[in-house]
Write a protein that binds this ligand. Structure first.
Ligand code: SF4
Length: 140
């Protein structure tokens, strides 16, 4: 675990900015596994195949949500229109393995107002979330 995540944990609480739902260049895509697509389809009450056809794009062999002018197709104002069924990548934000290097963490703190807010997320919980995200990445 990198040094900038202290043993006591790290403060994070979503502030509902919607900033993680818009493209930030290299953070451009919301990737979706088959499990994500099934859950999202169920949330919308449609078949998985329909969901994939309507809302997903495949780039370099990996499915991701369609982006309209850089915004996630499900971003409604600052609100997620599929919050209960949102993809794993959205649930695990900002605790992604690639966000752990200190330089990257500092970069995402620039646009994510939830970092440094709310209760401490214990280190063990951060580790669990990182593992969940790794598992999801492996399923893409
Ligand atoms: S699915 Fe919802 S939480 Fe995830 S990027 Fe889209 S609007 Fe944001």
């Amino acid at each position: 675990m990198p040094d900038h995540i202290p043993r006591a944990g790290v403060r994070f609480q979503c502030q509902g900015s919607g900033n993680c739902c818009v493209s930030h260049g290299e953070y451009g895509y919301v990737y979706v596994t088959l499990a994500d697509r099934r859950r999202l389809a169920a949330t919308l009450g449609i078949k998985t195949q329909q969901f994939t056809r309507r809302y997903c794009i495949k780039t370099e062999g990996l499915f991701h949500l369609d982006m309209k002018n850089g915004d996630c197709v499900f971003l409604d104002g600052k609100r997620c229109a599929v919050y209960d069924g949102r993809p794993t990548q959205c649930r695990t934000w900002p605790f992604w393995p690639e966000n752990m290097p200190a330089k990257r963490w500092a970069a995402i703190a620039e646009f994510c107002p939830g970092i440094g807010q709310g209760n401490l997320i214990p280190l063990d919980t951060v580790r669990e979330i990182l593992s969940e995200q790794r598992r999801s990445n492996a399923e893409l």
